[in-house]
Design a binder for this molecule. Structure first.
Ligand SMILES: [Ca+2]
Ligand SMILES: [Ca+2]
Ligand SMILES: [Ca+2]
Ligand SMILES: [Ca+2]
Length: 281
């Protein structure tokens, strides 16, 4: 049973995205220092009976555990998430392609892609619009995998749903980085990123975003933030930290089940619960 229910899921992801933003402003206490039992509010508790059943969880686990190892890692969750984004993007592909392909010749040119993206705002000459135009160009070029200057239906999926293709996501991040890179050194420093993260956000997240610890964000490090992958990674890391009873870096079905029996840990199970609904398990 894999009937697709986009509304439920998109709403769920929107909530997840909003709560990620809420983490920014006002700044909460540092996650690592937060004692969940002290801050735990029973009013907002997710009830066990509202979560997916044991059987649904087992079915979902089997799908994520593609190697059949009986345990899953942060990377397995991330890979499955990427697969779900593609699944979602492909679901809408035909409809979106038809709308973009203005002359109906089965190919989407840059002008058609640009028109469908900007509609009647195409003649705007503001700096923000120039930035958007550069973004659209980058997305188009990255989606045009065979480089023939137009998008076939498969390529168009990546233009419309940039989160379904890491190369398009990276192309967007390069353009966005140029906009934030005020001193033009090709990297983002703390001052340049403050506008985006806020001072509190810089204190909280810059160290984690700067993976190679050189004091700057290159486009890949910046991309983690721009694409929302940073929060995704952080979310799975926290789930595993809380659920991984034997501390081997993986979670088994039993560890997941035991973890959600503890009220204070249920929020960590939020995202994959949505996958189960999306896949109608
Ligand atoms: Ca092409
Ligand atoms: Ca810079
Ligand atoms: Ca760095
Ligand atoms: Ca474990």
């Amino acid at each position: 049973m894999q009937i697709f229910r986009p509304v439920v899921i998109l709403a769920g992801f929107a909530v997840a995205a909003i709560s990620a933003q809420d983490d920014m402003d006002p700044p909460p206490e540092m996650e690592g220092e937060m004692d969940e039992t002290d801050n735990y509010n029973p009013e907002s508790a997710i009830r066990l009976e509202d979560m997916i059943s044991e059987d649904q969880l087992k079915q979902l686990f089997a799908k994520i555990d593609t190697k059949g190892a009986g345990k899953i890692s942060v990377k397995d969750f991330l890979d499955f998430g990427q697969g779900m984004r593609r699944h979602r993007a492909n679901h809408y592909a035909d409809e979106s392609f038809g709308e973009m392909d203005g002359d109906g010749d089965g190919k989407v040119t840059f002008d058609e892609a640009s028109n469908s993206h900007f509609g009647s705002h195409g003649d705007d000459t503001s700096p923000d619009h120039e930035h958007d135009k550069a973004r659209v160009r980058a997305m188009f070029d990255a989606a045009d995998k065979n480089g023939d200057g137009s998008l076939d239906p498969t390529e168009a999926v990546f233009f419309i749903h940039s989160d379904a293709d890491p190369e398009v996501e990276e192309a967007v991040a390069r353009v966005d980085l140029r906009q934030k890179d005020k001193n033009g050194d090709g990297k983002i420093d703390k001052t340049e990123v403050a506008e985006l993260l806020g001072e509190a956000g810089v204190d909280m997240y810059y160290g984690q975003l700067d993976v190679n610890k050189d004091g700057f964000l290159d486009h890949k490090e910046f991309m983690a933030w721009e694409s929302g992958r940073f929060f995704e990674h952080d979310g799975w890391t926290q789930l595993i930290e809380h659920a991984d009873a034997n501390k081997d870096g993986f979670v088994t079905v039993d560890e997941l089940l035991k973890s959600r029996e503890q009220e204070a840990q249920r929020e960590h199970h939020f995202t994959y619960e949505h996958w189960a609904h999306e896949l109608e398990l």
